[in-house]
Design a protein around this ligand. Structure first.
Ligand SMILES: O=C(O)CCC(=O)C(=O)O
Ligand SMILES: [Fe+2]
Length: 320
């Protein structure tokens, strides 16, 4: 079996640490992102209390009647805000949709000049006022943690520490609350129906709450699936395609999936909450010159984050 190392890093040692601790954190996150694309993070700034409240609200949301949830599903929003029902999102290259339903929250504080097309208004769940306030708080805390992580990554890439700051400030990030629903009749499942088909994330980095539940797996360089688990309330953080593009593959956007549970556990739900950290649409994703050399020729065409996102949403069937 291939063993890979997913380091557990303490974000507080970067935010409040000595120069040496900060350097160690940058080196550790950079080399993990170069090797496997994944780390787990402790002391990320979200309390256990907030995470418990989030889960309570997320469970209550998906327990609402189907007809109620569907009132929040607006086709023109392409899944970017509000509810997306079962059987809607299909991973790139798959025929069968993922076994999941989800709710998405976008930037709480967009720039005044931001267009409604890029930044549609968030939807509020009338039935669950606390869902709205709790997810907003989680959004802002994860955005803050993400900015610190990007500073550490900028240092690793020998960029100014604040390189990403103005690109992600008021950025187009998405908080997705996910419900992998119970599989009532496993015999009627199409062969390749899974909770989340193998995919790469589109954004710069993803901060995931909830990988303490089994199911998440990453694909190693040896082409073997390897389970990802987080300790307690730790976050799992991985590289997305935008950061991979910017760094000409120096930082790896690793393929991952969520597998179905064993038959005896199929009647259980699984919940998770990824935060997809996106920059503003005008961020230039042209690969950094420092990542291009004779051994690593330039592989990607030049594009802005907005152009790239559009292309990817069409591929996964969320945008027509
Ligand atoms: O549910 C999980 O553990 C991971 C979800 C995921 O990879 C995604 O939504 O992109
Ligand atoms: Fe993902």
């Amino acid at each position: 079996m291939s063993t890979i190392n997913i380091p557990r890093l303490d974000l507080n040692t970067y935010v409040n640490g000595s120069a040496e601790e900060r350097k160690q954190f940058s080196d550790a996150i950079g080399s993990a992102f170069n090797e496997t694309g994944f780390v787990t993070i402790t002391n990320h700034g979200l309390s256990k209390e907030l995470m418990d409240k989030l889960y309570e609200q997320v469970k209550a949301l998906f327990a609402l009647p189907e007809a109620t949830k569907q009132q929040y599903e607006i086709p023109e929003l392409a899944g970017q805000r509000g509810y997306t029902g079962k059987n809607k999102e299909t991973a790139k290259g798959f025929k069968v949709p993922d076994l999941k339903e989800f709710w998405q929250i976008g930037q709480i504080d967009p720039e005044e000049t931001a267009s409604k097309e890029d930044y549609p208004d968030n939807m509020t769940v009338a039935e669950l006022p606390e869902f709205n306030s709790t997810t907003e708080e989680v959004y802002q805390k994860l955005e803050a943690a993400g900015k610190h992580l990007l500073r550490a990554i900028a240092v690793y890439l020998e960029l100014p520490e604040n390189y990403f700051d103005d690109k992600v400030e008021h950025g187009n990030s998405i908080l997705r609350t996910l419900h992998y629903f119970p599989i009532e009749d496993p015999d009627s499942l199409p062969d390749d129906a899974v909770r989340a088909g193998a995919h790469e994330d589109i954004n710069l980095i993803t901060l995931l709450i909830g990988a303490s539940a089994d199911g998440l797996e990453l694909l190693t360089r040896e082409n073997k699936w390897f389970p990802v688990t987080a300790f307690g309330e730790d976050l799992v953080v991985n590289v997305g395609d935008m950061l991979q593009r910017l760094t000409n593959n120096k930082l790896k956007s690793t393929t991952h999936r969520v597998v179905n549970p064993p038959r005896e556990l199929m009647k259980n739900s699984r919940f998770s909450v990824p935060f997809f950290l996106h920059p503003k649409s005008d961020m230039d994703l042209t690969s950094l010159p420092s990542t291009i050399d004779a051994e690593h020729p330039k592989v990607y065409s030049d594009m802005t984050a907005g152009e790239y996102l559009d292309e990817r949403l069409r591929e996964i069937g969320l945008k027509k």
